[in-house]
Design a protein around this ligand. Sequence first.
Ligand code: SAM
Length: 542
Amino acid sequence: MSIESSSDDQYGELLAWGASMGITDAPLSEQKTHGAGQIGLSSLCLGHCLCIASFPAAGGCVWFLFFPFRRGLAAMRDLSEGELILRVPGQALMSSKTARQDPRLKKILDSFPALSSSQILTIHLLSEIAKGSTSQWYAYLVHLPRVHHTLSYFCSFEAEELQEDDAICTAKSAAQKAYADWEAARPVILKMGLSHRFATLKAWLWAAATVSSRSLHVPWDEAGALCPIGDFFNYAPPGQHEANVVSDSPHSSEKEQQLDDEQSGFGLSMRERLRDGGYDTNLGAYCFYARQQYKKGQQVLLCYGQYNDLELLEYYGFLLPHNPNNMVYLLPPDPLEFGHSNLGASSQHLACRTRFHLMANGNPSFSLLAAMRLSAASPALRKSHGYHALSGQQLSIEVDNDVYRWLSEKCQKLLAKFPTISQEDIVLVKILSACCDSNGSQTVSAFLNELSKGRKPFPDFIDKDLLTYSPTVLENVIKQLLQMMKVEGFKKGFSDHTKIAYAFERWKAAIQWRLSHKAVLERCIQYSNRKLLLLNKELLDR
Ligand SMILES: C[S@@+](CC[C@H](N)C(=O)[O-])C[C@H]1O[C@@H](n2cnc3c(N)ncnc32)[C@H](O)[C@@H]1O
């Protein structure tokens, strides 16, 4: 078993509370044999299929800072694909419905009709936490994570470190939206008479991020519901086994390209999307199914939906080492860029921007390729053979030549706009990881001390292989670290090692995000250049 099973002591009360609420991982047949009303046959709600466990968090964990482990659910025995593995009855969920079951909260909420569902759920969470041990969800609430690193937490420096305009804008908007939501919800929190600490922006950010990163879809409320125990499942992206993210091999056919496009777009099979489970109105419970076979001890994962890297960071505060659904949006060129008139060219580009993107493996999406081919074709060719492009076919070798040259140059230009190169990002991530992983706060402070004394050789705890990087790369990295030390938030937090370490984690996440963004552009350049070589050969052979 590559995991550490968490003792029943630590989660004993939660598991017993879960059983009393009817949460169970026992098979439905047992419930039938023993009759309804005896769902919790065992005194603990887990143990038949699942247990709470800690898994090594290498590569993907952002918020479990000083603990290189991530909590999740493990298989207690071999599980087969499609097996029902957990049921959480509706009465155990926290949603806007249960918010309105609290008569005091309902009365106040009724006088604030403009609040969104997410705001209501966030207020509900804060109000239950404020109740302490008298809350019916107390046993669950005490196990919620204390820290999140969703984009709403990013300060201006951290947002800018994403280095890409759309991403920076998304991060800043997330922080602004959280602030605006808090301002609008604060009168409700104050009217409820909760203590001042529950009305702070800090408390709001935490509660809103908890809702964002843990709520599951329910049919009756767009904010979803908090689902005790069910929200212990960590995430696996859809289509993980089909997509070959790291492969650099070009597509052998346009058909294959279309298939990839569909898998990473709207073409996921219903089965792929739904087999994880959802709220079952017949059973009156949230039901979870094994999405694949699991061996005893393996981590059981849940697909929360299809997200690119920025969305994972925005809603969940973490990044996957390889996300098959990552993408880089890219608007197709205007025909004018190829010296052709744009009369008669499609003007739908802005309307369906998301369909124009580079996929995680660097290949253009089906729609982007079709649009580039149409733009690169002469008006006459566009008119006579444009439909070929729309069905994924080449219009001519010359057109494809122009397309892939444009694409390669475009990606090079985009890469050149970034203030750092990938190698510098890699070194920075290594340094920040060393700061956060080894000795936690002590390491951070030792590191900052070394830096403030202007010592150029990296402190001992930093990976020695850093010295194999070119002096220019290292100089630039040191410049960035020193620049970061001047940032107001960091300066103030120097005495608080935990705060600094959290800030390092967010900074690291921003750098990792831009690294994976650049990696897609780099893969696209390689892909386009390989295509150009093949096309040139075809031209010569003609
Ligand atoms: C619904 S909770 C899952 C359970 C959570 N690990 C816990 O201990 O409560 C979602 C959060 O878990 C973490 N998480 C989930 N899947 C992850 C993954 N594949 N890699 C890294 N972190 C993940 C992220 O912090 C995310 O916001």
